[in-house]
Ligand binder design. Structure first.
Ligand SMILES: [Zn+2]
Length: 294
């Protein structure tokens, strides 16, 4: 029974981890209790890395993992459209490590921790950047899927409560252009609040996130920044769920990295540059707005 598994998990976890698992544990208890017991302990921390942060910056990386999930079979994608925008099991190599490095560099730059939710499991078992209906097939994968999204949702909620604004970056890798980083904001929709508060230049100007990255030597797309985003890289389920077009306080941006940025030799430099741009972005756009009525 899933509830038994959840209780077992609680009993086995060090106390410090319990807080970050608060919401997902609730989600576990809500999972259908009709599934057969597998007898295998599922350690969610082995499947998804979660860090509670202090900054209004949330890092997500759903496709970099390389681990199997005990008792879970690979997805088959039967009846689904195949390809990078549909059913796809290829992992974004190097992005798990890159996302962790970005978190470390952001802490160094800004003196406080960002939030993160980073998958350690292979995309062939779960695609966290798809809706639940098509993100997994094996019922035993549900807890892991819900842990990822429960953790992201609670990060977004806590950041919104504490700061009344925030930035979610969703880190991916792509094979279309080694030298390019593609922006995915559904052509500006997922950063709607940013643009309402600071004007369109916050999305398309030199001081926008991608403007700041281009200014630090990255080859970015779209460029000019007010051009259309590349079809297929316009932003998936994660930015589509948590972005400010959904009346959240969080602006969400998908970054699709070419291999020149995610390779073993390049990751550290990529993380440092991104953290430097995020620090400039935070100074400009992530100061908490006044409370309504003040
Ligand atoms: Zn991806």
């Amino acid at each position: 029974m899933k509830l038994f598994r959840a209780l077992l998990l609680v009993a086995l976890l060090p106390l410090g981890l319990l807080d970050s698992l608060r919401v997902p544990l609730e989600a576990q208890q809500a999972a259908p209790a009709t599934e057969p017991a597998t007898g295998v302990k599922l350690d969610l921390a082995e499947c998804v890395r979660v860090q509670k942060g202090e900054l209004p910056i949330i890092i997500s990386a759903p496709h970099g993992g390389n681990r199997a999930i005990p008792d879970v079979e690979p997805r088959t994608g039967e009846g689904l459209e195949k390809g990078p925008s549909g059913f796809f099991t290829g992992r974004d190599v190097g992005t798990e490590q890159l996302a962790l490095a970005v978190a470390v560099e952001v802490k160094k730059k800004l003196g406080r921790e960002p939030w993160f939710v980073i998958s350690r499991v292979h995309r062939k078992y779960i695609d966290f950047n798809r809706p639940a209906e098509i993100g997994f097939e094996d019922p035993d994968a549900r807890l892991v899927y819900e842990h990822y999204h429960g953790s992201l949702a609670s990060a977004c909620r806590e950041v919104a409560e504490a700061h009344r604004c925030g930035l979610l970056i969703d880190i991916h890798g792509q094979g279309t252009s080694r030298s390019t980083v593609y922006r995915g904001t559904r052509n500006g929709r997922t950063t709607e609040l940013l643009q309402q508060r600071f004007g369109g230049a916050a999305q398309t100007g030199e001081q926008s996130l991608f403007g700041l990255l281009a200014g630090r030597g990255w080859k970015v797309h779209p460029n000019p920044f007010d051009g259309k985003e590349q079809a297929g890289f316009t932003g998936g389920h994660i930015v589509g769920t948590y972005g400010s077009h959904q009346q959240t306080a969080i602006d969400a941006v998908q970054l699709e990295f070419g291999a020149d940025y995610t390779g073993k030799e390049q990751r550290q430099k990529t993380a440092e540059t991104l953290a430097d741009a995020l620090a400039a972005y935070a100074a400009k756009y992530l100061q908490s707005p006044p409370q309504a009525g003040q």
